[in-house]
Ligand binder design. Sequence first.
Ligand code: CA
Ligand code: CA
Ligand code: CA
Length: 447
Amino acid sequence: MTAKWVIGCTALSLLTVQLPACGFSASVDNLLSPPRLTAEQEEIYQVLQSSAGTQISLKYPKSGERLSAFLVEDLDDDGADEAVVFYETGRNAVDENPLRICMLDQADGAWRAISEYAAAGAEIDRVDLVRLGSNPRLNLIISYSMVDGAEHAAEVYHYADGTLECSRSLQYSAMALRDLNQDGTLELFTVSAAKAPDPAAATAYALGADGIYAQSQINLPEAFTDIQRLVYGDLPTGTGNESIPAIYIDGTTGATAVQTAVLHYSDNRLKLDYSDRADRFPNTIRAGGYQTLDIDGNGEAEIPVNTVFYGYSNAAEASKLSMTNWYVCRNNQLIRARSSYYSGQNGYVFLIPRRWERCVTALPENDEIVFYEFDTGEQQANGEPILKEPLLRLAVVTDPVAADAMQSEGYLLLRQQSGRYYLGRLLSGSRTLALRPSELMTAMKYL
Ligand SMILES: [Ca+2]
Ligand SMILES: [Ca+2]
Ligand SMILES: [Ca+2]
């Protein structure tokens, strides 16, 4: 079970963002052996066995805050708890999905099974119990992954008048329960990859007081074949200091590329704020590892796109090091906010100080990245820049002895994280371009 949980959680964090990253609220004991049942769970389990048979095995959600096979809550707000149990039954046919949900209620102090349901997927991704929109009822949202692991489904239930009603069945690639418009109520948000003939689409559901969903769907211009992640951030409207909460969708296009579309939700409607257009440059297309994130910590998300480092635009392809530019969206256009050196392998971003822009470049040297001032007036015959003084060396090592030795040579230890030592050596270079240690500290972002 340990392996399966860990794989499930890793896959979730890579593929989709559904509320907080996977919660390891289960204790170490829980991960090593099936959780011991409480007296109440034991009682419910006995009733389940007499209803569904003894050949059953409990099933546990892979992520989220509710990691138990038992959900015991007051679902209909009548003051008494109901129970929902996830399990597989051993008496199914070969081609039948064995995953089941059993609903139990109490009468005269004893549990009794009310109904059994076939689950809408092979594994339970997560279980949430939330109010949606302005409707006061509690919704039990069970999310599933399919056998292939790529497709997902969710069912929204509520318990009323002694029956568990399903108000929505959804299929999606990424899902979130989030207050998209920041009005104090949650919406259910899904994004589906394109599946011919259907385009990729985003859908928001808010549940009205009358129990009817206000549903808004927009088709996404990109033919996303999968959704990598959902990212949230403020998007300035261009009017004073006003900003709106926006949703950034990093989706897969082509074999390994990623593109980003930006939306927001207001007046019960989704609206598209940015998508790539063939006639505009730059576009958001880049390799899959480059994820949209708030790189400078100002609340607005930035989209990373690669280009070549300053000074190398006329040089041969082989000699070029990638520089990553971080873009924000304004009026359906990308505006560069910052430039950086991005090391996906070592898990860091070095934001290029503004006074280095267009006059400092970077080169790999002996497993380090070295930043040089270059001649902005002339270049070498092969198109490469004429390098002047080095300004900074960045190194990442895993050996503590090596890290110690480098510090005695004058490297600063910038961070120690996940078994890695991040080190930087400031070199005098030109007086106007030399960095202070505090500037180096703030320029480094760790992923
Ligand atoms: Ca109840
Ligand atoms: Ca809301
Ligand atoms: Ca930002």
